[in-house]
Every structure is written in C-alpha cells, then in structure tokens.
Design a protein around this ligand. Structure first.
Ligand code: 0O2
Length: 219
C-alpha cells in the first residue's frame, strides 16, 4: 500500500462513525414519517436521501477553508461529512419536520441556516441544520454531526439543476446568467406559494364537507 492509499484507508476508517450517524438519523426520520402518515393521513416527507462525503471532497473543502488536510481538522471543521436531504411536499412541512426532529432528547442542534427566509443571492432556497447525534459504540459513545437539508420538491429541482450547471464553477458567472438563474428561483418560489395555497383551500373544503356530513348524521 503506497502512502496515498494508506492515507485514504485511514480516512475511510474514520468515516465509519459518520455512516452510523446517518443510520441513526434515517431511522428517526422514517419513524417520524410513518407515524405522521398514520396520524394525519398525509406524509410531509416525499423523499429522504443520504450520502457520506468522499475523502477527496472532504479534502477539497479543507483546502477551500485554508486548513491542513488532517482527520482532526475534518472532524472539527467539516460538519457535512454525513448529509441527509429531506424533500417535502410543501414549505410548511419543512418546518414541521424540523420541529419533530429537533424536539427529540438526544438531538442537539449546532447550527441552523434558513435559506428560505433569507435566500442566497443566486436564489438558492433550502433549510439547513447541523445536528449532533449520539452513536453508541462498543466501548464509548461518540456525538457525531450530521447536516440535514430540508426543502420542497420545487426547491430541490432548482438546486439540483443549478448544482449541475454552476455550483463550484471556477469562473465568475456572467451577470446576465445570474439574473436568469434568480428569475428561475423566483418562479420556483411562486410555484411553491401557489401549491401551498391550493393545498390549504382544498383542506378547508374537506373540513367544511366533513362538518356538514357530521351534522347530517347527528340529525
Ligand atoms: P456539495 O458538493 O453539495 O456537498 P460552512 O461550512 O457552514 O461555512 P457550507 O458548508 O458551504 O459552509 O454551508 P452551506 O451554505 O450550508 O452549504 C452546505 C451545502 O448546501 C453545500 O455543500 C451544497 O450541498 C448546498 N448549497 C449551498 N449553497 C448552494 C447553492 O448556491 N446551490 C446549490 N445547488 N447548493 C448549495 P457543499 O459541500 O458546498 O457542496
């Protein structure tokens, strides 16, 4: 095994605990999702996807931050080694998922970035949080950070395409294209608002209808 291979092997060893942290969060989310569906007949989570950052991406992030490429620095400064993305149906669901998860006793919230209330200049909208979750190992317990990104299907479509086209684009993005990108993000926001409104109105109609039927059945 040459020096580089040895270094990679070491990094992979250290990543194991992040995989366990992902398993913990995924279990929590799937329990919440099933329980919510059972109680409310509606599932706020459309998809849950998780990934472990590759050692090469961890190293690039350390380089970008001007830090030495050590495992200690990665553990301390790269908080999205374990990442989960939850795609929700509606904007309100994002905050429901956040509340349900963060009220759990063993979850500690380290950082919240609400790019929905304050979108990035390019139009990026998403809700990010870094939480710490305990991982119970054979001889000790480790608290491991996990980045959770929660966004609607529409926000996710924009972000995935923007990521493909521009994210980490080495040169400055021409002003005109930045403007078009922002316009596309505004369209996505309008779509989210419209769908949320339609959903609310349909719910109101369902409630009224149920109330009328109950009244009739009591007569
Ligand atoms: P990748 O390749 O997706 O993993 P910080 O460490 O908190 O100082 P960081 O990590 O940039 O800074 O925090 P932030 O802003 O919360 O971004 C975390 C992740 O959100 C990014 O991870 C992206 O996945 C996503 N993201 C942030 N901004 C944008 C954006 O403008 N467009 C898209 N498509 N995604 C974005 P990475 O590691 O940078 O990249």
């Amino acid at each position: 095994m040459n020096a580089l291979e040895k270094q990679f092997h070491e990094w992979k060893n250290h990543l194991l605990v992040y995989k366990f942290a992902l398993d913990e969060i995924n279990t929590k989310l799937s329990i919440l999702s099933e329980e919510f569906e059972f109680m409310h007949n509606h599932n706020p989570m459309e998809h849950i996807k998780s990934r472990l950052k590759e050692p090469t991406s961890i190293m690039s992030k350390l380089k970008r931050k001007g830090l030495a490429l050590t495992v200690e620095n990665a553990k301390r400064y790269v908080l999205d080694i374990a990442g989960v993305r939850v795609t929700c149906s509606f904007v309100a669901d994002i905050y429901k998922v956040h509340d349900m998860l963060c009220q759990q006793d063993d979850i500690q919230v380290l950082k919240v970035k609400d790019y929905i209330h304050e979108p990035k200049p390019n139009g990026y909208r998403s809700f990010h949080l870094i939480v710490e979750v305990p991982v119970f190992l054979a001889d000790h317990t480790e608290r491991v950070p996990v980045e959770i990104q929660i966004r609607t299907i529409a926000m996710d479509t924009w972000a995935s395409l923007e990521h493909k086209i521009f994210y980490k684009f080495e040169q400055a993005i021409p002003q005109e294209l930045l403007h078009e990108l922002k316009q596309a993000a505004d369209t996505v926001k309008a779509l989210d608002d419209k769908m949320e409104h339609i959903h609310y109105e349909v719910d109101q109609i369902k409630h009224k209808r149920r109330a009328v039927l109950e009244e009739i059945s009591q007569d």
